[in-house]
Design a protein around this ligand. Structure first.
Ligand code: PMP
Length: 398
């Protein structure tokens, strides 16, 4: 028999399956709101000016392609630290943050998970209920038992904060808690700064390990506003893990640009942690690729390019907010009487629409409007041409 005779078919990725179904749909009005990417008002994936300008400079000063260091481009790692923690922060200034370049935000999570498994093999992991669908699989694959803490409350269209806090206060010391720094995927609901204070207090007093996933910095309220939670954690003096993704904020999905940062209590400790992160990388893929990180480092450290990026990011953020407001207006105009204004309170590219699985399936089969069965729609895939159709379709299934 073949070596592979007993290999079972792995379950299909639900979102990729949705894309295939969308592509095969002959409906000329079809709209794909199942994706997790930002499209511009023409329904296109943007290529940012700051990126093409940085690439032009890189081509003009083309260099041979040697191996990068295991932890990536030093200037890139430094720029990430500046963006995430603030270049002037005590943590960065004192050298107690260990940062490595990673293959997107997913790569940052994976390096952190593998390092943590060696450091605290018995620890459990808690993710939000619900969470980005890869969180569970990624930490389970690293060998952890993964549970959830309560988060979304469908009844109140928001976060069940008391239940979340109670779960953290009851977690075993040493438990790794995965938190969405901003623009929660899939619900769109974020904690307020005051709620973060209480979460930080619970994590600190209970001796939990915070792992912040920052995949959408700049898509909520702004770069500084979305990153403010990191400052709150720093102030509490807690050890923490932060994964960074530039997939969305630079529209560089396929270049796999991200990072992992670990905040330690001293430089000496950070040096030892860094040496172990490098071991994880070395035994997985040896060292990271050059292009995307070079582009992001150039943009973040060149004032004119940095300004262009911040403007382009603001354009994306403002467009998403406009689509949220427009959707609420159009739903009302289409005859929806229930209050849908919660859509404008959510942050980032996703919205939990409150629609049931049956309603989402009707949207798909009757109108060619594709969202996830959970009710998640990507508001960053709405535009001035498809929003009327989408609003009328939603009104018909509600
Ligand atoms: N975390 C969250 C919450 C995400 O939504 C995503 C991407 N959809 C990632 C991590 C992974 O980002 P990347 O594509 O950079 O690996």
């Amino acid at each position: 028999a073949s070596l592979f005779a007993a290999v079972e078919m792995a379950p299909r990725d639900p979102i990729l399956g949705l894309n295939e179904q969308f592509n095969a749909d002959p409906n000329p009005d079809k709209v794909n709101l199942g994706v997790g990417v930002y499209y511009d008002d023409n329904g296109k994936l943007p290529l940012l000016k700051c990126v093409t300008q940085a690439e032009k400079q890189l081509v003009e000063a083309a260099k041979p392609r040697g191996y990068l260091p295991i932890d990536g481009i030093a200037a890139y790692d430094k720029a990430v630290q500046g963006l995430v923690f603030g270049a002037e922060s005590q943590a960065v200034q004192s050298g107690r943050v260990a940062t490595v370049q990673a293959l997107g935000g997913t790569g940052g999570l994976k390096i952190g998970a593998d390092f943590l498994k060696k450091l605290t093999p018995q620890a459990k992991v808690l993710i939000s209920d619900p969470s980005w669908e890869n969180h569970r699989a990624l930490f389970e694959n690293a060998g952890f038992q993964v549970g959830t803490y309560p988060y979304y409350d469908a009844g109140r269209r928001g976060i069940d904060f008391d239940a979340m806090l109670a779960a953290l206060r009851a977690a075993e010391p040493g438990t790794i808690v995965v938190l969405h720094a901003c623009c929660h995927n899939p619900t769109g609901y974020d904690l307020t700064p005051a709620q973060w204070e209480q979460v930080i207090e619970a994590i600190g007093s209970r001796g939990l390990v915070p792992f912040l996933d920052m995949a959408y910095q700049g898509f909520g309220e702004g770069i500084a506003e979305d990153g403010a939670v990191i400052g709150q954690f720093l102030k509490a003096g807690l050890p923490m893990f932060v994964s960074t993704s530039f997939s969305k904020s630079f529209s560089l999905y396929g270049e796999r640009v991200g990072a992992l940062s670990v905040v330690c209590s001293s430089k000496e400790e950070a040096d030892r942690v860094l040496s172990q992160l490098k071991r994880v990388i070395r035994t997985n893929y040896s060292n990271p690729p050059t292009h995307g990180a070079q582009v992001v480092a150039a943009v973040l450290t060149t004032p004119a390019l940095r300004q262009t990026w911040e403007d382009e990011l603001a354009t994306m953020r403002v467009r998403i907010k406009q689509m949220r407001e427009l959707l609420v207006q159009k739903l009302r105009a289409a005859g929806v009487t229930q209050d849908m204004s919660f859509i404008t309170q959510q942050k980032g590219i996703f919205s939990y629409s409150g629609l049931t699985k049956e309603q989402m399936q009707r949207l798909r089969s009757e109108f060619g409007v594709y969202g996830v069965d959970s009710g998640r729609i990507c508001v960053a895939a709405l535009n001035t041409r498809n929003i009327d159709y989408v609003a009328r379709a939603i009104a018909k299934v509600l």
